[in-house]
Design a protein around this ligand. Sequence first.
Ligand SMILES: Cc1cc2nc3c(=O)[nH]c(=O)nc-3n(C[C@H](O)[C@H](O)[C@H](O)COP(=O)(O)O)c2cc1C
Length: 173
Amino acid sequence: MSKTLIAFFSRRGENYVGYSKQYIKVGHTEVAAEMCKELTGADIFNIVMKKPYSDEYDVCMRESKDDYNNNARPELRDLPESIDEYDTIILAYPNYWNTMPMAVFTFLEAFDFSNKKILPLCTNEGNDLGRSIEDIKKICRNSSVARGLSLSGSGVENSQKHIENWLTENGVI
Ligand SMILES: Cc1cc2nc3c(=O)[nH]c(=O)nc-3n(C[C@H](O)[C@H](O)[C@H](O)COP(=O)(O)O)c2cc1C
């Protein structure tokens, strides 16, 4: 039987909502990932860095830009024991520097995604999926990577229908 894992990276703390900075208790991508969970009943895994980026927006910008510039692979707090049982992975992440946060690269490189279907979902503030699809394909060469879903981070609360259509289109629900 087909089994789905939702793996997501998201950050709580200070971020832009529209034009103003606000302190967010649940990150935009986490909201989208939870919607996916509600719609599919799939298992869910939170990709968390051992040393998470700062809650302060400006500090997080600096830290994550350094990781991006250094092509770093930040250590993760934990990983699923195995992903063998899953044939579909919903990979949800924010657009950082026009691609995925480097911790998502760490996650993708930790497993063999061959013959699995990856559904990328990217929350962002205007750059859509950026280069993330190409970057996923470079790491997961033997996976089938579906059309990615771009969602406005600050408008994520209204994304339920988009997510539902996308999951239906991909045969997940
Ligand atoms: C460090 C950082 C870099 C970002 N870079 C981009 C970017 O290049 N393009 C874009 O459209 N949005 C960018 N954003 C906006 C985020 O993608 C957006 O706020 C996202 O919804 C945050 O998700 P989260 O709350 O789950 O962490 C960036 C945000 C941060 C904090």
